[in-house]
Design a protein around this ligand. Structure first.
Ligand code: ATP
Length: 341
């Protein structure tokens, strides 16, 4: 539904030309929650402005559904842009208007008559969980409530795509989670395509289906969130993944665990997707005479399933331990012996 082909955006700065976005190819499906992550200056904001036609690429094309938005202008472009809405880090609300009036604003601009507007506003207020706060002013709302107004306003004219520009970066962790849950709910209920930019891997892990990692204007890694978390390829991706996973296998950690559990083998199990739902450990203990201790574990949940690692201490004869590991491999669990007797 969204197709970027060889998109480049160059800015003329005092010090010469700067490629903010550099040869980006992207294909985002309808109904997908797609995350773009990168550090400051990576080109995320520029890319998102290219998606809603606020910026024109220096070269390349941006297509949304069957319309190449880089090829249209004037009324046609304004119409196409109505299908792409946006929410912002600092909410961008009108401070002199109430919740209801803020949400009604895009409807007024679109020329929706007053009686229809009121009904639509109440529908949106309910959708984003603001019932009872309709007449409050933004200054009377918490950060999370302000973003709910931002979301309701963005949805007013039934967009096909919602762009989120660091939409939870100004919120505390608990409120962030509530807003992310709301975005997932809206994605499921309305089938809305969501493209979000962030520098927080937690946001990607919690709600995205796929992720693109940007560095220096380029997309350096792209994939299903679960695969990227399980096996990040680029150094920058590994740094982002490390934001939300423990690094259990540093030499120091292994040494520390060995001191705590001096006998048997320490074996790391890597789980992906459905396996985390299965009673693998119960089966292991029932079918193998080894003694099993759970030493450390870290299972995370993404929109595409769970992934994670578990470190076990396996005690028994060499043959019993080898059989237990073979059993796990047979169940499609990756294993790695971190230390043995
Ligand atoms: N209008 C502009 N004129 C000149 N340079 C710009 C302009 N907009 C962005 N840039 C430069 O382009 C590069 C990418 O900026 P961009 O804002 O897209 O990155 P970002 O990943 O969104 O970072 P941040 O999270 O800090 O906004 C930066 O070096 C920035 O200074």
């Amino acid at each position: 539904m969204i197709e970027l082909k060889q998109v480049t955006k160059t800015y003329d700065t005092g010090k010469g030309a700067l490629k903010a976005v550099d040869g980006v190819d992207l294909s985002i499906s309808s109904g997908e929650i797609f995350g773009i992550i990168g550090y400051s200056g990576a080109g995320k904001s520029t890319l998102i402005r290219l998606l809603n036609g606020l910026e024109k690429p220096t070269s390349g094309t941006v297509q949304i559904n069957d319309q190449v938005i880089t090829a249209i202008k004037g009324v046609e472009l304004r119409k196409a842009r109505q299908k792409v809405s946006m929410i912002f880090q600092h909410f961008n609300l009108l401070w002199s208007r109430t919740v209801k009036e803020n949400i009604a604003f895009p409807l007024e601009i679109a020329g929706v008559p007053k009686n229809k507007r009121d009904a639509r506003v109440m529908e949106l207020v309910e959708l984003v969980g603001l019932t009872g706060r309709e007449n409050a002013y933004p200054s009377q709302l918490s950060g999370g409530q302000k973003q709910r107004v931002g979301i309701a306003r963005a949805l007013a004219n039934d967009p096909e795509v919602l762009l989120c520009d660091e939409a939870t970066s100004a919120l505390d962790p608990e409120t962030t989670d509530a807003i992310l849950d709301l975005l997932v709910d809206i994605n499921k209920r309305l089938g809305l395509t969501i493209v979000l930019i962030t520098h927080e891997m937690h946001v990607i892990r919690k709600i995205c289906h796929r992720v693109a990692v940007m560095e220096g204007g380029r997309v350096v890694e792209l994939g299903d969130v679960l695969s990227v978390f399980q096996a990040p390829k680029e150094a920058i991706t590994k740094r982002f993944v490390a934001q939300v996973t423990e690094t259990e296998d540093s030499n120091e950690t292994i040494k520390h665990l060995r001191e705590l559990y001096p006998t048997g083998d320490l074996v790391k199990l890597v789980f992906v997707g459905d396996q985390t739902e299965q009673p693998i450990l119960t089966k292991l203990i029932r079918t193998n005479p080894v003694e099993v201790n759970i030493v450390q574990g870290n299972i995370s949940h993404t929109q595409r399933g769970a992934y994670g690692t578990l470190i076990l201490q396996l005690k028994g004869t060499r043959e019993e331990i080898a059989n237990a590991i073979a059993f796990l491999n047979n169940e499609n669990i990756q294993t790695e012996v971190m230390a043995n007797d």
